[in-house]
Design a protein around this ligand. Structure first.
Ligand code: C2E
Ligand code: MG
Ligand code: MG
Length: 743
């Protein structure tokens, strides 16, 4: 290019601005592409720009320019308008049309910049114009400004891109977060502490409360229960302060439909900008609560009567004792046991037994005030706890009331049943200071009431405890005695009054207790009956006696009839008829050599069961007699109904038979009754000749007593039998005056 041409491009008109321009140089290494068909112009521009820190590239035509741009895109293009072939406008238009190059700023270099040329340049995509000759300062200024503009627009674009990618990343995070939240079975609530509104909830939270997400966002935790916003704020602030962060709390939340759900909430505080976010993880524990309640019910209440069970009764008693400790109030415990409940169960079945317990508990409830407590301890045992204040009715008054409400019969599925109860009473703090002992003493007192004849109450005394302990020791010793075979059978002869010969024997149990000598049954039979040992021992007696009869039978002594006493429980708890049959068979003894003595009591209770057993025994050929006759309450109807062979007049009537008119009258009545029922009659406990004379005179068939022989051990009774001893019979004379009158 010529110097002139160079001059036409070069202008010195604004030299003063050079210093100013230099002081604001563009960022170094900005690359400028100079597109001009005139090489001189290109060099000139190069010479002007490179000292200013720009890197330049040159292209002599449009196509060269595109090639250079493709190789290394410039930051700015100085584009000559007038070029052969493809002019500057066409080059610019194409560059702006391409997304890869459209952002490169273009300064059009033209000879003239009138309005039309400017419009054409702008339309082609130029950002700036420079007119030839080029003013150096203007070139620098325009290049620098355009590069700055480009830099800031690049920055803006990058920023926008960054923002877009950040938003995208955060959206992805949020999506992941929501997916995670929704994947849990717990409800999650995010609450802004400042606005006290939910800012995020998961689907479980919406499902739990019945609100849509949008509805949730209009609310805060204070809208979900009976709480004020201040209360919730206090809780949140405690969480933020680091207290109670991990302690789950139990809360009732109100659902949209008004129902209430019990939940467990765990809260964590999270920084959220300048404020705090409370993350609440909420778990529906309604089902767990229901199970807990159910378990509590099972653990604390009796399933039949719905009364507190033993555990809860004890707990309540302990609490009440603690409350009244040291005060003026007293606590009374009534231990209540139904009399003969077992009979109801055995004869009418367990379903009716249960019904009786249910009705009974309802009647008990009628006897107490709301502050008293009734518990079922198990079986037919109930306990009552009374708090006795100044005006409260006394414990014995309540016991009387219980007896009263039991007077009316129970209607149990058409069966009319009358039951009574035995009640033991203890007081706190008088009798004991702990619940267990108090109940134990009440039990002892109840037991005493039972022994006194049932349908009674009894207050505990210290002596009862001593007795109970002694009884316990006796029971233990008896259990050992059974294992150690410490029992032996004595035999007492029964004598025919017709000729004084031995009619048979009665087997009577003795206990050879180590260190105590020979213990009579009066000292232990009742305990064995109570604790059930009598069944085992009674069966042993039957077996021993049968074996003995068998041995005698096969000895020169021959046939000896022996009677065995059987207790009531042997009828109920063991299959007596089968026991007897197998003992007879085992020892090959004919049934007629065995007699069973039962008391009136056994006849009167469990009548159906007893009747069946007796009929079976009778069928086998066993003789049945009623022992201690006259002391019980057997009705004539029963005597006729049961297959009985013999009545044994109780020793109590015989003792004073010759001195007391009443006893003589009863004895006579029994003899006549027996005869009219075609039963034999035997008198026991006959000691004197006068008694003997009286009985003989009035037609009593047999006697048993010391007047002939006391009960003897095996060897002695065998000697007596061998000897063939007979009773020296008194002459058949009329008895004393007073008894004569009775005849
Ligand atoms: P129990 O069956 O009425 O027996 C008669 C009791 O009167 C016996 O007392 C006998 O020794 C006593 N005895 C006999 N003659 C006289 C007399 O002349 N004067 C006096 N004062 N007493 C006389 P033991 O042997 O002490 O038996 C008492 C009770 O124990 C028996 O009364 C019976 O009910 C019961 N018992 C005895 N052995 C057994 C048994 O193996 N099983 C059952 N379940 N009870 C038995
Ligand atoms: Mg007897
Ligand atoms: Mg008797």
């Amino acid at each position: 290019m010529s110097k002139l041409a160079s001059a036409s491009l070069w202008s010195e008109s604004v030299p003063s601005s050079a210093a100013a321009s230099r002081s604001a140089r563009p960022a170094l290494a900005a690359r400028v592409l100079i597109v001009d068909d005139d090489a001189t112009n290109r060099r000139l521009l190069q010479a002007l720009l490179e000292p200013e820190g720009y890197t330049t590239q040159s292209a002599g035509s449009g196509p060269q320019a595109f090639a250079a741009i493709a190789e290394c895109p410039p930051d700015l293009i100085l584009l000559d308008v007038a070029m052969p072939g493809m002019d500057g406008h066409a080059v610019a238009a194409r560059l702006k049309a391409d997304v890869a190059t459209c952002d490169i700023p273009i300064i059009m270099v033209t000879g003239k910049v009138d309005a039309a040329a400017r419009l054409a340049g702008l339309e082609a995509g130029a950002e700036e114009f420079l007119t030839k000759p080029i003013d150096r300062a203007e070139l620098w200024l325009r290049v620098r400004n355009l590069l700055r503009l480009k830099a800031s627009s690049d920055l803006l674009r990058r920023h926008a891109e960054l923002l877009a990618s950040q938003v995208q990343a955060r959206n992805a995070d949020l999506q992941r977060f929501r997916t995670a939240m929704n994947a849990t079975a717990d409800a999650i609530f995010l609450v802004d502490r400042q606005t006290m509104r939910f800012v995020e909830v998961n689907t479980t939270a919406c499902a739990l409360l019945g609100y849509s997400r949008e509805e949730m966002f209009e609310r805060g935790p204070q809208n979900l229960g009976n709480v004020t916003v201040e209360q919730v704020e206090r809780v949140f602030d405690a969480v933020i302060a680091g207290f109670s962060a991990t302690q789950p709390s139990e809360v009732n939340l109100h659902r949209k439909d008004g129902s209430v759900v019990t939940v467990e909430i765990e809260r964590v505080a999270q920084r959220f900008g300048d404020g705090w976010l409370i993350v609440a993880v909420v778990r529906d524990i309604g089902e767990r609560k229901a199970t807990e309640r159910q378990l509590h019910r099972l653990a604390h209440y009796d399933s039949l009567t719905a009364l507190p069970n033993r555990a809860l009764f004890y707990e309540t008693l302990r609490n009440n004792m603690a409350l009244t400790a040291g005060g003026a109030m007293r606590v009374a415990v009534l231990f209540i046991d139904l009399d003969q409940f077992k009979n109801v169960n055995d004869t009418l079945g367990h379903a009716i037994g249960d019904e009786l317990l249910l009705h009974f508990s309802a009647r008990l409830l009628r006897c107490i005030t709301p502050r008293d407590v009734i518990g079922r301890l198990g079986g037919d045992e109930f306990a009552l706890m009374l708090t006795l204040g100044e005006s409260a009715p006394g414990a014995t008054a309540v016991a009387e009331k219980i007896r009263d409400v039991l007077r009316a019969p129970f209607d149990l599925q058409g069966h009319e049943v009358v039951v009574t109860a035995s009640i033991g009473i203890t007081f706190y703090p008088d009798d004991a200071t702990d619940a267990e002992t108090l109940l134990k003493y009440a039990d002892i007192a109840m037991y005493r009431a039972k022994r006194a004849g049932r349908d009674a109450w009894c207050c505990f005394t210290a002596q009862m405890n001593i007795d109970a302990m002694a009884r316990h020791d006796l029971e233990m010793a008896l259990r050992r005695a059974v294992d150690n075979q410490e029992f032996v059978v004595y035999y007492q002869p029964k004598v025919r009054l017709s000729d004084g010969t031995v009619a048979g024997l009665e087997a009577l149990l003795r206990w050879q207790r180590p260190g105590f000598g020979l213990v009579p049954p009066s000292a232990f039979i009742s305990v064995m009956e109570e604790c059930g040992l009598i069944v085992r021992v009674g069966n042993w007696v039957i077996d021993t006696v049968c074996r003995q009869i068998g041995e005698w039978m096969r000895s020169p002594l021959g046939k000896v009839q022996v009677s065995v006493n059987v207790a009531e429980r042997q009828f109920v708890e063991s299959d007596l008829a089968r026991q007897v049959a197998s003992a007879l068979a085992r020892h090959e003894v004919p049934a007629e050599l065995l007699e069973l003595e039962l008391t009136e009591g056994s006849l009167m209770t469990n009548t159906e069961l007893t009747l069946g057993t007796l009929q079976d025994l009778k069928q086998q050929g066993v003789t049945i007699s009623i022992d201690d006759f006259g002391t019980g309450y057997s009705s004539l109807a029963y005597l006729r109904r049961f297959p009985i062979d013999k009545l044994k007049i109780d020793i109590a009537f015989i003792r004073d038979i010759t001195a007391t008119a009443d006893d003589a009258a009863v004895t006579l009545a029994i003899i006549r009754l027996a005869h009219s029922l075609k039963l034999d009659v035997i008198a026991e406990g006959v000691e004197t000749a006068a008694q003997l004379a009286f009985l003989r005179h009035h037609g009593c068939e047999q006697i048993q007593g010391y007047c002939f022989s006391a009960p003897l051990p095996l060897l002695q009774i065998e000697a007596l039998l061998r000897e063939g001893r007979t009773l020296a019979m008194p002459p058949l004379v009329r008895a004393r005056e007073n008894t004569l009158r009775l005849c």
